[in-house]
Write a new protein. Structure first.
Length: 288
């Protein structure tokens, strides 16, 4: 079961103080959220000949930076219940095809202390997992991300003009070492181009594909696809660069149905537009 379906099947609603519903609506906060932290006090140890990773995936009482117009802080005790009850996984880059550990099997251990959310992962003895551990020991991957939904939250007085969200209790789905954090460069560049962050867009897309019919998600996806389509339609259709366009005096050969990608290079613009329109039709059928 996907995280989206699991959340949609829950019967409990987010418990919150006055004004919370308005804040969630204003900032378009999804049911499933993701946060990133630099792995704190990470270390590697041997366990029966296997390396295991220990560190902190989240830090308590540390005020975040700007998250789409608000700031956020995780309170002590926010994970206390979920790490005792939920069957949490440790994944690589939030990919369920690469499971590093699982609470149920004992290969993932989580705890709370005064500092934050501690994690201990005993990864499988596989090539990809061993390669990942080596990459982390080198410091090439040094951030941990976790996926969650909110059980209890409160919104407080502004800090530098931004309201502060206090996470009091969350339901944890997975923890995951990540190559790129969710809220840096990529998100900023996509927001600048299309007026929305990458994480917001993909969260909405996942909800729609999971069967949720949320009007604001549909409007958001439709708006982004419209902007993408307009940019594709405005781009040169024969490969994108003037040098790749055939000379006017030369006939343009029709692309073959099957062949090497280089043989159909001039047809990329048409293929991209066709794939985009097909994707929109598929999404439309899902929400009817």
């Amino acid at each position: 079961m996907s995280r989206e379906k699991e959340v949609n099947n829950e019967t409990t609603e987010t418990q919150a103080g006055p004004g919370t519903a308005q804040y969630r609506e204003k900032y378009n906060i999804p049911k499933v959220e993701v946060r990133d932290f630099v792995l704190s006090e990470v270390r590697f140890e041997e366990d029966d000949g296997q390396r295991k990773m220990l560190g902190y995936a989240a830090v308590f009482d540390d005020l975040s930076g700007d998250l789409w117009g608000f700031k956020e802080r995780i309170q002590r005790g926010a994970f206390a219940k979920t790490i005792q009850e939920a069957d949490i996984r440790a994944l690589w880059n939030h990919d369920s095809n690469f499971v590093l550990g699982r609470r149920k099997s004992g290969t993932l251990k989580l705890w709370e202390d005064e500092h934050g959310l501690g994690v201990e992962i005993l990864p499988p003895d596989t090539v990809w997992a061993n390669d990942l551990m080596t990459t982390m020991e080198r410091g090439d991957v040094d951030q941990m991300s976790f996926a969650f939904s909110v059980v209890r939250e409160e919104w407080g007085d502004p800090d530098d003009g931004m309201p502060v969200r206090e996470l009091q209790e969350v339901k944890l789905f997975d923890v995951s070492p990540v190559t790129y954090p969710a809220y840096e460069g990529t998100d900023v560049s996509v927001r600048g181009a299309f007026g929305i962050g990458a994480t917001e867009f993909f969260d909405a897309l996942h909800r729609v594909e999971a069967g949720a019919k949320v009007e604001k998600d549909l409007r958001m996806i439709s708006d982004v696809f419209s902007k993408v389509t307009s940019r594709l339609d405005a781009a040169p259709s024969e490969g994108g660069h003037p040098a790749s366009e055939p000379e006017r005096s030369q006939p343009v050969a029709a692309p073959s149905e099957v062949g090497h990608p280089a043989e159909n290079e001039g047809n990329e613009g048409h293929v991209a537009r066709h794939a985009n329109r097909k994707r929109r039709l598929e999404l439309a059928r899902k929400v009817k």
